[in-house]
Design a protein around this ligand. Sequence first.
Ligand code: ADP
Ligand code: ADP
Ligand code: MG
Length: 640
Amino acid sequence: MFQKILIANRGEIACRVIDTARRLGVATVAVYSEADAGARHVAMADEAVAIGGPAPKDSYLRGEAIIAAALATGAQAIHPGYGFLSENPEFVDAIEAAGLTFIGPSGDAIRAMGLKDAAKALMSRAGVPVVPGYHGDNQDPEHLAGAADAVGYPVLIKAVAGGGGKGMRRVDRPEEFAAALASAQGEATTAFGNPAVLIEKYVEKPRHIEVQVFGDGTRAVHLFERDCSLQRRHQKVIEEAPAPGMTPEMRAAMGQAAVRAAEAIGYSGAGTVEFIVDASDGLRPDRFWFMEMNTRLQVEHPVTEAITGVDLVEWQLRVASGERLPARQEDLTIKGHAFEARLYAEDVPAGFLPATGRLAHLRFGPGARIETGVRPGDAISPWYDPMIAKVITHAPTRAAALNALARALDETQVAGTTTNIGFLAALARHPGFALGDVDTGLIARDLESLTAEGATPPAARALAVIAAAGLHQGTGSGFTLWAPLSRPVPFDPPARIAVTGPGRVTVTLEDSTHDCALHPDGWWVDGAKTGAAFHIGADEITVFLRGAHRFARIDPLARAAKGGASGLTLAPMPGLVKAVFVAAGAEVAAGTPLAILEAMKMEHTLLAERAGTVAEVLAAPGDQVEAGAALIRLTEEEAA
Ligand code: ADP
Ligand code: ADP
Ligand code: MG
């Protein structure tokens, strides 16, 4: 076993690796960017080395700086986490050239799986079923259109260098093919610098089922499957293991195919073989096809750990340090069922826009394993993936594990940023999901009901009024100053409060009146225990009562400060300016594309709000900008 390792990553995955290393007596070195000097992973590690500026290209993507940090601190091996350099074969080669060990597969194994077309050709030779389609070199649009006809519509156009759901277009009719191809190629060029695409049969009622594999360079075993069909825009939201409805025959067939894939490339370490499954007729052993292999530890690996009892990071360290595979296939069994929900700082109703903010209040619900890279008070910065935590539950049955997930989400309290908790909790209670009737279209089909803001319970509103009156911690001994008068509380809509005894108030809302009492176990409303918690921010009150309920704090002195249509185009979220299409002096019409902003895996085209002349361009391609940053200004509107 190594004595010391360096973790070339940040956030929850860096913390996750440090946890296991510590348990195995292995010392850890963190690396960090300027934005992360105070981050949890830095606090947890035994040593930490600064490697540059906040933008990933200036720090977490600087392989040479990371290798230098490992050499300087005497670390023997480097764990890449996921994302960043984890699937970069040149990084692996450079680590080995420096005499260090990469905790993961060989550079050649990563190369073999790096491009989807080459990987599919390789897998097909190894006898692994691949999605029917065209994955050849001829990129002539006519030829690709012909290939689509041969495959049969609907088809999926995919960037061969793709990842994170980018560069993918579903096409239903031949007459839509040319436009979809051009747009997929455009996105692939911007995102991956490689316009090449492949054509695949679009699988109906698709389920994403992937198999966790683990190799020692010669032999491989599988640790069963995960179902990742709950997706939005081809990105995973809630994952589970095992897959609902899986049959022993199909599990055996998929497991064998995945092991064959891993052994075909002499795979070492943890990897995932992703399959697309046609579930239009239940799960059948002849209806799954290889999509791609992710040559790293996967975000959702904890659900596999939960059902197998294996610590995959421990296996990674053991195998990378020269041990053989820690278990034989027949030693591995499935125990119970597990779910993982990805908790993000994001604005779901606004189209899952990434959000930022300081986590003024952060408390996780009981009964779940939490993987997180942040602590209360930490910031979700615009620089990185806005993940707050992964919430993982495990129970003897699927229904019990799903209940536990819903409860853990209900009782997770986050204030200071907007989150997807309510959306995740609604998903955890979706009737079709509860039945195991999942496919990758579920979220899109039911988006409206999943993102509907539930009515605020009157009890939460009454408690918010108590907080607005400053009485949430009790009325104290001075309550007689209040009693028994009913007073107005600055609140929207207006409310009144009357103190009726020590720790006892009556709140009058617009159309109801509530008797509220502070007991040793918290506030009771109308005789019922609430278990509610509060966060009082500068301009917001959050009441946590089966979900977060946010209320604006009304400052009676504040006046509206918002200006009219200013001709300013602002960044709607933190992100990277990918392109600016106009220069000062340009005449634009309403709706003219002005710039493209990329925020974590999504590109947003910013359009001119009105017609006018560009007065100033305040951002350049490559700039990282905060939400609300002014990007482009039009000249003042002429009086008509
Ligand atoms: P998984 O199947 O493990 O979720 P993803 O392709 O979603 O794999 O990516 C895993 C991780 O890699 C993400 O959580 C993120 O940290 C990183 N990542 C992937 N694509 C991008 C991207 N375009 N920009 C930034 N980070 C990315
Ligand atoms: P990425 O590298 O972006 O993860 P994948 O090839 O793994 O790309 O596909 C991502 C997602 O797109 C899958 O999880 C699935 O939801 C959907 N998908 C991919 N291929 C197909 C297909 N042939 N038919 C239907 N859906 C597909
Ligand atoms: Mg994938």
